[in-house]
Structure formats: C-alpha cells, structure tokens
Design a protein around this ligand. Structure first.
Ligand SMILES: [Zn+2]
Length: 465
C-alpha cells in the first residue's frame, strides 16, 4: 500500500460520520421497484445517485430501455492520474425490496435509524449501503485532491429486485459507455466460517437451466378399477422417469452431462478446506444431513458441481381421502444448477433428448423451458484476483476468502457474454443482515470496511496491469 492509499483510508475513517449521513439520506427514498406506486420514488433515487456522482465530476446520464432508469457515470480523463490505467466497471442497484410486513419493523423502513452501530432501513445492505461503499471510496480520492488510480464507470440500476428485465437491453444498446477491463460488484456477503466473518472475493457462480414438464395420458381422468393396469398412467411414468435422473451415487445420468464441468484442482480443494466451513450449522439449520454426489464435500457440491432438483411434482387426485383415479396428466418442474464450464443450451438440448427416449406407453410430453443462465468463473490465477486479494489484505490484515457461490446472478453472465468482462463480487453483507426481511440493517463498521477495501482495490488494480 502506498502512503497515498493510507491517507485515503485515514480520510475515509475521519469522514465516516458524514458518509453515514449521506447513506441515510439515500435510504429515506422508498425506491421499491416492483410496485408501480413507487415509480416516482425510484426515479428520485436514480436522481440522487446521479446528482451525487455528477458533483464528484463524473459524466452522468440516466438510461431507461422501457423500465426504471439505470444511472451510468464515467470518470473523465482529468479525474484519472494515468491515462493507461485499467478501466473498472462497478455495478450495483439503487432499488429495494418492498418493506412488508411493516408491523415487524422496529423503526419504519424508510426512516433510517442507527442502533448498536448498525443502520436499520430497507436497502441498508441490499444494495444502497454497498453501492455507497464504492462511491465513498471514489469520493475520498477526489475530496483529497487526488486523482483516481483507475478509470471508473458506475452502472447503478433500478430493476434488480424485479429481475433486471431491461438491463440486458441497456448493456446491448450502450456497450460503448460500459467498456472496461473488469467488473466489480458489491451485492453479496462476507464469508462466514467457524472462525467468524471475513471479507470474501466471490469469483464463480453456477448457472441455471429450468424446465416445466407435463406428461399427457388419457383424454380424461379414468376409474382405476376399469382401466388400471391396461394403459399408461402418466403419474406413474413421470415418477419413473424422474427417478432415473440420478443414479445411486447421486450422479446425473444424462449422457455427457459431466463432460464440460471444470474439474476442481487440488489447490482449490485445499483452499476451501481451509475456509472452516461449518457443515453442521449449514445443514443443521434445516434439519438435514449431508447427501449428494459421491466423492465430493458439501462445499464442493454446492459451489463446483452441477445439481439437479425436481422442484415440484404433481398430478391426479390430491385432496383428502381416497379417490381411485388414473390422472389424465402429471407434471414436474426440474432445475439444474451448472458450474463453469457447462453450457446451458447444450444441457437443455441433451435433457430434452434424454426425456424423450423413455418409453412412456404412448403418453405425450409437453416440454417448456423457463430460461437459462450461463455459469461464470473468473480464473483464480487472474491478476485481478491477486490485486483484489492484496487490497483487502492491506486493509483487513489477512487474506480474503476466495469463494464461489452456488446460486445464479444472471447479470454477471450478461457482463461476460455482452461486454466480455470478468466479474469479482466483493460484498460486505452478512447472512444476518435481514435483507429482503423486516429490520434489514448494515453495520457501520462494515460500511467503513467496504469503503476502505474499495479505495485500496482501486489502487491495487492500477498496479495489476
Ligand atoms: Zn441486491
């Protein structure tokens, strides 16, 4: 860390109360994106972000492709010390989840209150608090008369909580404004192992493939005494086919399913071992025991291996008591979580082929696919990961946890496919921050930690190139 960076970190600590007040201002705006009644407030939050960044000297604009506006702010050449410095795109969202149920909040969701060193409000952690960690880092450089170590573009959208519906269009139409070398997102949590919470760099996410299957049999529900045993029962058969998806080692039986899955290397496995994952707590909380693909640990199954789940299975008589019936149809909803480097489109085609090869006694499949998302993975030996690790270590005094996530964040795949960008997810939330729930909060010391880590990150990325 340079002296320059240390002075920025000191400035952030000294300015923490003012930064907290700015965050509280933003948190008073009820920018609930899912409910049209709040559309004016959503716009007001976009204006607030744009105004703040404009005052810092950024070239700003709001872009709406039919939905709530996204704020795009770009540093000017005069704001950046070195013209050849890397270009960082920061992504976050200013919209929030609805606050309901209101009666479960200790203080009103849009009247931010500080208790026990935490600010309580809807959006405190997800994601206004985390967006402001980055903006405060940038502000600290500029307020001190320094130039930014990197070219910085911010993309702060207003539709994340309702599915980022128009964001792909924004990326397609305005890719020129978003050109960068790396994307950074703060909308995730720190790693919480047996030894407490530590800042984390999430470098990979699983993708998703989702299917709705319906198996149609006789033209109407039939009496099982008259027809039972003489024709195909779609409920029996869909259960038989679903039962063949996984073998006794809990491996998916679709031919070629594992062919492209990126293998775990020994180093990654050892690193994850060292994270101190609390399996007993993870599974104990939901009253379950470890179960999954043979040969892998729980964390490996969750982060680096594909999974297949029947999300719903239905058909026939589902009321009280007995009704002897052969149903005219049965249905199943099936999803796959896919790690790097699986291709969701290839999987979708292979799954459909696999489904159709089974003998279902003349019943007819109706197969609908509900979207797909590519997995993403930034190589752990990338200079960006090394630079981000150095930055966090310089602030925290120990190396960050390098982790993957089992879930899917479609926008990260869009950054890769549409803008060619690798993404690092560096979040400062905790699972206990109640995001999407009453009494959402963000601890002010983690807010400061986030501001300082981003300030150090900008400096560190500048020397990564
Ligand atoms: Zn979020």
């Amino acid at each position: 860390m340079t002296n320059n960076t240390q002075s920025i970190l000191d400035h952030l600590a000294a300015d923490h109360d003012a930064a907290t007040q700015r965050l509280r201002d933003l948190l008073t705006i009820p920018s609930v994106s899912t409910d049209p009644a709040y559309a004016g407030d959503v716009k007001r939050a976009a204006d607030w972000i744009e105004h703040d960044l404009k005052q810092l000297g950024f070239e700003t604009r709001q872009i709406a492709e039919g939905g709530h506006p996204a704020v795009i702010a770009r540093s000017t050449d005069a704001m950046v010390g070195d013209a050849s410095a890397p270009r960082v795109l920061f992504y976050g969202h200013y919209d929030v989840q609805p606050p309901d149920p209101l009666e479960l909040w200790t203080t009103p969701p849009f009247e931010p209150a500080v208790r026990d060193g935490k600010v309580y409000a809807r959006g405190a952690c997800d994601d206004k608090g985390q967006v402001m960690t980055f903006i405060e880092a940038v502000r600290a450089y500029l307020a001190n008369g320094h130039r930014l170590p990197c070219h910085v573009t911010l993309l702060v959208e207003g539709e994340e909580e309702c599915g980022s519906v128009t964001l792909p269009e924004v990326l397609d139409q305005h890719a020129d404004l978003l050109e960068a070398d790396l994307c950074v997102i703060s909308d995730t949590s720190m790693w919480e192992g047996k030894e407490g919470a530590t800042p984390a760099i999430t470098y990979a996410l699983r993708g998703l493939v989702y299917f709705d299957l319906k198996l149609h049999g006789p033209s109407r529900d039939l009496h099982s005494g008259v027809y039972g045993g003489t024709l195909a029962n779609p409920a029996n058969l869909i259960a038989r086919v679903m039962g063949k998806l996984l073998d006794d080692d809990n491996r998916v039986t679709i031919p070629g399913f594992y062919d492209e899955v990126a293998a775990l290397n020994d180093e990654e496995r050892a690193d994850w071992q060292a994270l101190g994952f609390d399996e007993a707590q993870y599974l104990g909380d939901v009253g379950a025991q470890p179960f999954g693909e043979a040969g892998y640990s729980t964390l490996e199954r969750r982060w680096a291996r594909p999974s297949c789940d029947v999300n719903g299975l239905y058909g026939g008589y589902m009321g009280e008591g007995a009704k002897t019936v052969i149903p005219s149809f049965a249905g199943a909803k099936v999803s796959f979580r896919i790690p790097a480097n699986m291709d969701p489109r290839k999987l979708a085609a292979a799954f459909e082929q696999w489904i159709r090869k089974h003998d279902v006694g003349g019943c007819r499949w109706e197969i609908t696919q509900h979207g797909e998302a590519f997995p993403v993975a930034t190589p752990t030996d990338s200079p960006w990961v090394a630079a981000a690790s150095r930055a966090i270590e310089s602030v925290v005094g120990r190396a960050p946890a390098l982790m993957r996530e089992g879930a899917t964040i479609p926008v990260v795949a869009d950054f890769k496919t549409k803008l060619g960008l690798d993404t690092l997810l560096i979040g400062f939330g905790l699972n206990s921050d109640n995001i999407h729930s009453p009494d959402e909060h963000f601890a002010l010391d983690r807010f400061l930690l986030g501001c300082q880590c981003h300030a150090a990150l900008l400096d560190s990325l500048a020397s990564a190139n």
